[in-house]
Design a protein around this ligand. Structure first.
Ligand SMILES: C[S@@+](CC[C@H](N)C(=O)[O-])C[C@H]1O[C@@H](n2cnc3c(N)ncnc32)[C@H](O)[C@@H]1O
Length: 248
């Protein structure tokens, strides 16, 4: 029997790993490590740096090349095919390196429950016991960095993607909206009047950048900062929260 731990590793700061995450990585017989394309290779290196810092004994590493996701109109179909392809790579590595069974771990960016495919990929592999180790997510780092509450008093929060915000606008009835996975400026599709925004990039990393204020005042500055930082570092990950009014 193979146990696969999906270990949330937060978003780049090794101090943000929980004791449970450190224990799960040290208990592993095998760690599956993605080799990303050149643009995000510093993120792959970051996982290695975290391992250098937290492992107290040698653990076998199996690197795998993350396949490209097909572009095209059928977004969900392309994602499903992509998950299938990664599942086959994980399964091949597990079969090869743990023929007698044992414990394997995958280091999941942030928390495994939020916009992450690891659970769906693991579910495609038969005969695995899957366990989840929670991690700090970029959303928690965002609210902490700005010193704000996620929700307004007694009010709900909608968590969505840039793609959805752009195509469907402000979620009906929402008071606070948190946006992941925006390729850039989905908030420009909204009427900014009365909206406040709290934006953060590279949260948990030394490059961390923050901007906050009324969307009418800071929207253009966020777009400019995003473009400049992306050009400077070759990649960017950012997230933002918007609220009607300025209730913190
Ligand atoms: C595939 S999702 C993974 C989210 C992750 N599971 C989490 O808990 O934060 C990637 C998106 O998360 C957000 N994100 C992840 N890490 C980030 C960081 N260090 N700074 C800002 N946003 C981040 C960005 O919106 C990015 O496009």
């Amino acid at each position: 029997m193979i146990t696969l731990s999906l270990v949330g590793i937060a978003t780049g700061n090794p101090d943000h790993l929980t004791g449970q995450a450190v224990a799960a990585l040290n208990a592993a017989d095998l760690i599956l490590l993605p080799r990303k394309g050149a643009a995000k290779s510093d993120l792959a290196d970051l996982r290695r740096r975290i391992l250098d810092r937290v492992l107290t004994k040698p653990v076998r590493i199996a690197d795998y090349d993350v396949p490209e996701r097909a572009a095209g109109a059928d977004y969900l179909g392309a994602v499903a095919d992509w998950h299938d392809a990664i599942a086959r790579l994980w399964e091949a590595a597990l079969t090869r390196h743990l023929p007698q069974g044992g414990r394997a771990a995958v280091m999941v960016w942030g928390d495994p429950s939020l916009y992450d495919s690891s659970l769906r990929i693991a579910a495609r592999i038969g005969g695995l016991a899957v366990e989840v180790v929670p991690g700090l997510s970029s959303l928690q780092l965002l609210t902490a960095a700005h010193g704000i509450a996620l929700n307004a008093l007694g009010a709900p929060v909608v968590i969505t993607t840039g793609r959805r915000l752009r195509s469907q606008g402000w979620p009906p009835g929402a008071d606070t909206v948190a946006v992941f996975l925006d390729a850039g400026g989905a908030f420009t599709a909204l009427d900014p009047a009365g909206l406040s925004i709290w934006w953060g990039a590279y949260l948990g990393l030394p490059e961390e950048a923050l901007v906050a204020g009324p969307l009418t005042d800071v929207g253009a500055a966020i777009l400019a900062a995003r473009a400049r930082l992306r050009a400077e570092h070759g990649w960017i990950m950012d997230i933002y929260l918007m609220r009607r009014g300025d209730d913190r």
